[in-house]
Design a protein around this ligand. Sequence first.
Ligand code: HPA
Ligand SMILES: [Zn+2]
Length: 342
Amino acid sequence: MPHSVDELIARLPKTELHLHIEGTLEPELMFALAQKNAVALPYASVEEVRAAYDFSNLQSFLDLYYAGAGVLLTEDDFFDLAWAYLERAHGDRIVHAEIFFDPQTHTARGVPYATVHRGLCRALAKAQQQWGMSSRLILSFLRHLSEDDGFAVLDEALPFIDEIDGFGLDSSELGHPPEKFARLFARCRELGKPVVAHAGEEGPPDYVWQALEGLQVCRIDHGVRSLEDAALVARLAQARMPLTVCPLSNLKLKVVDDLAVHPLKKMLDAGLCALVNSDDPAYFGGYLGENLLACRQALDLSADDVVQLVKNGFEASWLPSAQKACWLAECDAVLAAWENEA
Ligand code: HPA
Ligand SMILES: [Zn+2]
């Protein structure tokens, strides 16, 4: 018999705030696009691709992730990628998604910025129209590249700036601290956009401090290593700074050895605004629902823990406050109905 908290997880309206759209490329679509676009893949079958998803750290994943993204060439490819994700998200009862994309991965291969942007926006608009799913688009800079490279892609994106809701920072963390991008992020903030950054996934707590103070982020992506610094935890808790935690990602990339020792519950207990996300679900073996179910089981989360995590997602989102209030009330209503049945 399924655990009843799992039923509550399925019913709650949810957000996804840490999702790399290139990380939703399932092997089946990778193969289909490779064939259509005549792009050679170093794998003979879908099974061989899946078998290669055995990572030792962040970099070993990124090498495959960037290679896989090489099959994406046309506007329709980006639409198909995003639409496949949005259908799954709708199935997980995600009602609001804030999605990262990595334009430098594509412009470096000669794909125009406009091609990427238009394909993704068309899928997001269709999800809004078909299901009322709201979304935001976050342009994420690759931190293993130079700040000047980031400025160049920002220039290419400027004609579309009204459809870009914020900026992020991802890719290889160690050796590429947030302060490397202080001028670029200042420019993004001058454009009136919120900024976020991956920090404290593999990098030390000092990188989280730099993201807060140097980049002035409004969310930390991952941030699990923040717990190593008590003063940082106090600062994050006091500010209700959201931390977009990705448990199955942390397991697959060996940030934690076992989900049972994942710090998610400790983060909640420390008063942090932690929430659960899926990061790169095609590579890490689970979408949002599966991340929540795996944590519920491994960490013995209660119904209250689950509702807190899901509510933190709405609180951390860039929805207008009236819409946040509606979804928070809906969470309470779903919880009350579930409790009445028990
Ligand atoms: O988890 C991640 N960390 C850093 N960069 C990334 N790019 C995609 N996923 C990730
Ligand atoms: Zn990420």
